[in-house]
Design a protein around this ligand. Structure first.
Ligand SMILES: Nc1ncnc2c1ncn2[C@@H]1O[C@H](COP(=O)(O)OP(=O)(O)OP(=O)(O)O)[C@@H](O)[C@H]1O
Ligand SMILES: [Mg+2]
Length: 510
């Protein structure tokens, strides 16, 4: 007696179909699962056996072999409990063997309740592309599953309920569709709370408008962390596609909050500086996405940058450039998208006051140099805007004058993003920070004055090819904020000024 049930698996966030074959034979009693199962899949045997017992279904006599095909890809997690259980009932003839075109996913409790599993959203989106028309999932995963179009998704509480439905004896609840606009956006801190700091606010506005990386450097208590945490309030709204991409990652690693169908607010991830390279970028024995991918389409904030482990910083270099992190294992290559805006904050020296206008610095030159050198040069080169955050004076702090609210800044950012979307429509690029070399000259027309200034700066400062590219992209964003199609001299000058801090701090004495 043989039965076949469709299920799904995940490699990174890429779904693949899994066929659960169940064979019953009149032989010595044995229950075996093959097809590269991990420990959680193997433990299915005990959960499934217990459900048969507690829900009063006769457990099949003889030899049971479950094969998870394709047999050469590793299967992980507890989601195969439900398809194995249903497969056994079909093989026994308790359920009709007409379940083709339906997929089953779910962990079982010992008493036959369904428990949530990871990765339901990416798996069902994959199933929908494969033409699957019906899915049965745990009711705790109903919110994320409701995003999937063109498929009947049933949210199941218990195996009894599911069996009654499959026998045509009782109806079953469909996971109801959620409109993108109906998902609530939680409130975020506002730039109105930050007194003064006009230069830093301007730099963050440019960064948000073009999705550029930023480094904030300054003395303790000047408001660096405060400024960075307010960045989400001026970032452009997420599109439906972006929200689904980000939600897929959270779903795959089980970090999607309960009852959240979609992540609509751009993520702001702020890992502690003790984070390991795998925690930051992804990886581990059972590969998992890192903070970098959890920040996909949002902000990765590295506060106290020099305190991060050097290997963690170095691991960021490739994904920052490519927007995707690839983990290679002996039998698989997993990719996690990681298109982020990197925001870093740091003090210029161990005591924090190097370059402060009034407070003396107590560090020796060598200590300052060794502190600054903890930040990797190539990482610094990937940061487009270096911003010095100066202390605000007393008058500014106690002033009753209202600061500009984030909503106003966000409007300017949105207008600049709209220009970029029109410019790059059909190219797959969403913002200036991601202009590929092949489009750079076409997307960044320079006025004769601007061209002369850029040449002069390039030769005088001995810039790298990457620094040249990045200055051009930042000028493009400044021009977009200004509503100018051509990049003018003033735009180039402002962009160059954001690349001058590495000279002040890192190239002292050179
Ligand atoms: N411009 C400002 N307007 C209003 N409050 C401010 C400003 N700057 C600093 N503060 C106050 O100071 C506190 C400390 O600021 P914050 O933590 O951002 O400093 P920091 O630059 O990150 O310091 P550190 O280098 O020690 O991390 C803020 O929570 C806020 O209460
Ligand atoms: Mg801070």
């Amino acid at each position: 007696m043989l039965s076949t049930i469709q299920s799904l698996g995940l490699a990174g966030i890429e779904p693949f179909p899994v066929t659960v074959e169940v064979s019953l034979a009149r032989m010595v009693p044995l229950f075996d699962i093959v097809g590269l199962p991990d420990a959680a899949v193997k433990e299915s045997r005990e959960r499934v056996r217990s459900v048969f017992f507690h829900c009063h279904y006769p457990f099949p006599d003889g030899r049971i072999v479950v094969n998870l095909a394709p047999a050469d890809i590793k299967k992980a997690g507890s989601l195969y409990d439900l398809p194995i259980f249903i497969g056994l009932l079909c093989a026994q003839g308790v359920l009709p063997d007409n379940l083709e075109g339906s997929v089953f996913l779910g962990e079982l409790s010992l008493s036959g309740q369904l428990h949530r599993v990871n990765g339901v959203l990416p798996m069902l989106l994959g199933a929908s592309k494969l033409g699957i028309k019906r899915a049965f999932i745990p009711c705790q995963n109903a919110a994320e599953a409701s995003v999937v179009q063109g498929m009947d998704v049933y949210a199941v509480h218990s195996v009894d309920e599911l069996i009654a439905f499959l026998r045509g004896e009782a109806p079953l609840e469909l996971a109801s569709g959620v409109k993108f606009e109906d998902v609530t956006i939680p409130p975020v801190p506002d730039f109105q709370d930050v007194k003064g700091q006009q230069a830093a606010k301007r730099a963050l506005e440019i960064a948000a408008a073009g999705s550029h990386n930023v480094l904030l450097i300054g003395a303790p208590g000047t408001g660096k962390s405060m400024l960075a945490k307010r960045l989400p309030s001026i970032l452009p709204e997420m599109s439906m596609e972006e929200a689904i991409e980000t939600t897929k990652i959270y779903s795959a690693c089980g970090q999607l909050p309960a009852n959240t169908p979609l992540i609509r607010i751009r993520p702001f991830r702020s890992p502690h500086h003790t984070v390991s390279p795998a925690g930051l970028c992804g990886g581990g024995a059972v590969p998992q996405p890192g903070e970098l991918s959890l920040a996909h389409n949002g902000v990765l904030f590295l506060d106290e940058l020099p305190e991060f482990q050097r290997p963690a910083m170095e691991a960021l270099r490739q994904p920052l450039e490519d927007g995707v992190l690839t983990i290679a294992r002996a039998n698989a290559r997993l990719s996690y998208p990681s298109r982020i805006m990197l925001v870093a904050a740091m003090n210029p020296c161990p005591c924090g006051y190097y370059g402060h206008p009034t407070h003396p610095c107590t560090c020796s030159e060598t200590r300052v140099a060794s502190y600054l050198n903890k930040v990797s040069g190539p990482l610094l080169d990937r940061i487009d805007l270096h911003v010095e955050v100066m202390p605000v004076n007393y008058e500014q702090l106690v002033s009753s004058q209202k600061e500009e609210p984030s909503a106003d800044i966000k409007q300017r950012v949105a207008a600049a993003r709209e220009i970029q979307q029109k410019r790059f429509s059909g190219t797959g690029i969403s913002c200036n920070a991601r202009i590929p070399p092949s489009l750079l000259a076409e997307a960044c027309p320079l006025s004769p004055d601007a061209e002369r200034t850029l040449r002069l700066v390039f030769e005088k400062l001995g810039l790298s090819g990457r620094a040249y590219d990045r200055i051009l992209k930042v000028s493009r964003t400044i021009a977009d904020l200004d509503g100018s199609e051509q990049i003018q001299m003033s735009h180039i000058s402002e962009a160059v000024q954001y690349r001058s801090l590495d000279r002040k701090y890192w190239a002292r004495g050179n």
